[in-house]
Design a protein around this ligand. Structure first.
Ligand SMILES: C[S@@+](CC[C@H](N)C(=O)[O-])C[C@H]1O[C@@H](n2cnc3c(N)ncnc32)[C@H](O)[C@@H]1O
Length: 367
């Protein structure tokens, strides 16, 4: 099996779909096959959305070996993290953990979980060095499966934010992952994560190809099935933050996916038990105070809510709760309440949520 995977970019073969076997294949891929970001065969790791200026100095303080084994597909640094407890699912060599450690600061904590020993070894190797560089020690790494978070001795309801970067698609039991996330989040907490999605259900020929699986394509969910899964696990109103189409850069892999289209997307899922399944209009509005560090001019809740500082911004009942019943509340003024209903909020979703083209399609090189 292992030898076959090494030669695998040319020869597709069918793999056994048992969860343990999928874990083995993924651990082999990230522990032994890949040595650095450039070994990936898609544009998944390119942050075409660009790293914001405020994040660059934080990444510059992270050891180059950690950075060289970054296999994420997006940015998982939501605003307002100071003092937060953050969990990173599938933290790999720890790039995001060490970036988040600086954002939560000495009063916060970041825990990284991964199942692959080789990845965690790199993360651990530089823990003391980062403690010295940052001036505080607020990071820990745990070895385990993201489908079994309850086995890691983490306190239920104890995390403000859970992040994950290009990992959930690799899980053979995504329901278990989201169930565990829901249990570990505090009320009002959020799962803010980047992952790969498909524009249709992925056929078995693609799912059972170990390289396509390892490359985060074979296990990708059809986006609408992801929405259903999130809702089933209590995240009633998933919010898309950013998305971009992925390019398969390896000419041997491209023909194997046929007409399937893949997207990297960042979603935020709030743990709020009174969210409604549709955006309902109660005539409410919010005004952003411009008071969140690094977000002085605007606050972007998601792709459809770019809230300019000082402007009265109409919101549905769900958006109201995402701002009023979370760590963001002190940074907004709120207009209205839930006493009067005006029907469905206009422009409330439907259809493929992703943009079909981006700079990536124009042949931008990356990684
Ligand atoms: C694509 S890499 C992303 C790593 C890291 N998030 C980053 O941005 O560099 C996927 C990582 O998820 C881990 N992983 C995949 N499935 C997992 C599972 N079921 N439980 C725990 N870790 C998992 C792999 O070991 C690997 O380190």
């Amino acid at each position: 099996m292992r030898a076959a995977i090494r030669a695998a970019s040319r020869m597709p073969y069918v793999m056994n779909q048992e969860p343990d076997n999928m874990h083995d294949i993924v651990q082999d891929y990230y522990g032994r096959q890949l040595q650095q970001t450039a070994d990936l065969k898609t544009s998944a790791c390119c942050d075409i959305g660009q790293i914001p200026e405020w994040l660059k100095p934080l990444l510059a303080r992270i050891h180059p070996e950690v950075l060289s084994r970054y296999y994420g597909c997006g940015l998982v640094c939501p605003p307002l993290l100071e003092g937060c407890r953050v969990l990173d699912l599938g933290c790999g060599s720890g790039r995001d953990v060490y970036a988040l450690a600086q954002l939560v600061g000495p009063t916060g904590r970041v825990v990284g979980v991964d199942m692959t020993g080789e990845q965690l070894a790199v993360a651990e190797k530089y823990r003391a060095l980062h403690t010295d560089t940052f001036g505080f020690d607020n990071v820990s790494f745990l070895r385990g499966y993201i489908e079994s978070l309850d086995e890691l001795d983490l306190e239920p309801g104890s995390f403000d934010v859970i992040v994950s970067n290009c990992v959930v698609n690799l899980s053979p039991d995504k329901d278990a992952v989201l169930k565990g996330v829901y249990q570990l989040l505090k009320p009002g907490g959020e799962f803010y994560f980047s992952d790969v999605y498909a524009d249709r259900r992925v056929p078995d020929t693609v799912r059972n190809d170990p390289v396509l699986y390892g490359e985060c394509l074979g296990g990708a969910l059809y986006w609408n099935d992801f929405q259903r899964l999130a809702q089933r696990q209590g995240f009633v109103d998933p919010r898309l933050v950013t998305d971009r189409p992925l390019t398969i850069t390896d000419p041997d892999l491209q023909p194997r996916v046929g007409n399937l289209r893949f997207y990297s997307a960042t979603y935020r899922l709030f743990k709020l038990d009174r969210l409604e399944t549709a955006c309902e209009d109660y005539g409410q509005a919010v005004i952003y105070r411009g008071s969140i560090p690094n977000h002085v001019d605007r606050f972007v809740l998601d792709k459809h809510h770019d809230i300019e500082t000082g402007r009265v911004f109409s919101v549905c009942g769900n958006t109201w709760q995402m701002l009023h019943d979370t760590r963001f509340a002190a940074h907004f003024d709120f207009v209205g309440d839930f006493s009067r209903h005006f029907g469905l909020f206009e422009g409330c979703g439907g259809g493929l949520p992703f943009d079909k083209s981006s700079a990536a399609d124009a042949g931008a090189s990356c990684c």
